[in-house]
Design a protein around this ligand. Structure first.
Ligand SMILES: [Zn+2]
Length: 288
């Protein structure tokens, strides 16, 4: 699933192309569910401008100049692409030889907005992405957007607040890092990487964490996310950048999806454990 670095990479890429640009056309297939969407509201989008693009956690928000906001959560297999696509009945094609559409993973287009001669298209093989259209003034009523935890890349990232948020829970630290209402934007990849760098096992319960360990977490959460953004995120299976390329942070992962490979620090084998149905990767030697 795209996490904060992939969401921000996507926004950074598409922003200059679509900010203050008019939506020339809208396309979605019959099975695509757009929450709150009626024929009337979809027609309201046509010829309107995108006035802002930003994220709240893993949600991408597009403000539109008629006081509407389009919200996309890419979920497990969704990702946004931006290119000169062409729709030929139900098949998406491209006149360009190096088009993202040449990658079979990018052919599951469910929803698309046209700007000039290019489309912003959501490819989603498993159809789990969520698209919502709402009045901008109602944004703060939408769950879970109105319950998001601290953004690790914002000015609200303060140690006291971070500690206070965590300390109200006694769950495993891995589970807490994944809880979007505590810290927003972390998923399975980056929470495992943060725990490795912080030298903390994913199964540790929050009350057992020392002040030093909490400070390590506080330091490494934004640090690893920033490094991942510099490398345009991580591509394992489905995620692609809007130009169709893969994120390069996979080259810098220490534990995630590295089961039985050697730890880059101590050479012991990386292990995995299930926590709440999610596989966590860790080094039993480096992490305490
Ligand atoms: Zn190790």
């Amino acid at each position: 699933m795209p996490e904060l670095p992939e969401v921000i990479t996507t926004i950074n890429y598409i922003y200059p192309y679509i900010i203050n640009k008019k939506i020339k056309d809208i396309w979605f297939d019959k099975k695509t569910k757009i929450e709150n969407l009626t024929n009337k509201s979809i027609s309201q989008l046509k010829n309107k401008c995108i006035t802002d693009i930003y994220n709240i956690g893993k949600y991408i928000l597009f403000n539109i100049d008629n006081d509407l906001t389009l919200i996309i959560h890419q979920k497990l297999s969704g990702h946004l692409l931006f290119s000169k696509f062409k729709i030929d009945q139900t098949t998406w094609k491209s006149p360009e030889t190096n088009s993202p559409i040449n990658d079979p993973n990018n052919r599951f287009i469910r929803f698309a907005l046209k700007f000039n001669n290019q489309w912003l298209a959501l490819s989603d093989s498993r159809r789990l992405a969520r698209i919502t259209l709402t009045n901008t003034k109602n944004l703060q009523k939408i769950k879970p957007i109105n319950q998001m935890g601290i953004n690790p890349l914002s000015n609200n990232w303060k140690y006291d607040l971070f500690k206070q948020k965590l300390k109200t829970h006694s769950i495993e630290i891995k589970k807490a890092l994944l809880s979007q209402n505590i810290i927003s934007g972390l998923g399975n990849i980056y929470s495992d990487e943060v725990l490795f760098k912080s030298k903390i096992k994913p199964t540790r319960k929050i009350p057992t964490l020392s002040e030093k360990e909490l400070k390590q977490l506080f330091k490494y959460i934004p640090l690893i996310l920033t490094e991942a953004i510099k490398n345009k995120g991580t591509t394992f299976n489905t995620y692609r950048n809007p130009d169709g390329n893969s994120g390069k942070f996979i080259n810098y992962l220490n534990v995630y999806q590295r089961k039985n490979k050697n730890c880059k620090i101590c050479n012991n084998k990386i292990e995995s454990i299930k926590i709440n149905g999610r596989t966590s990767y860790f080094c039993n030697h480096c992490q305490k």
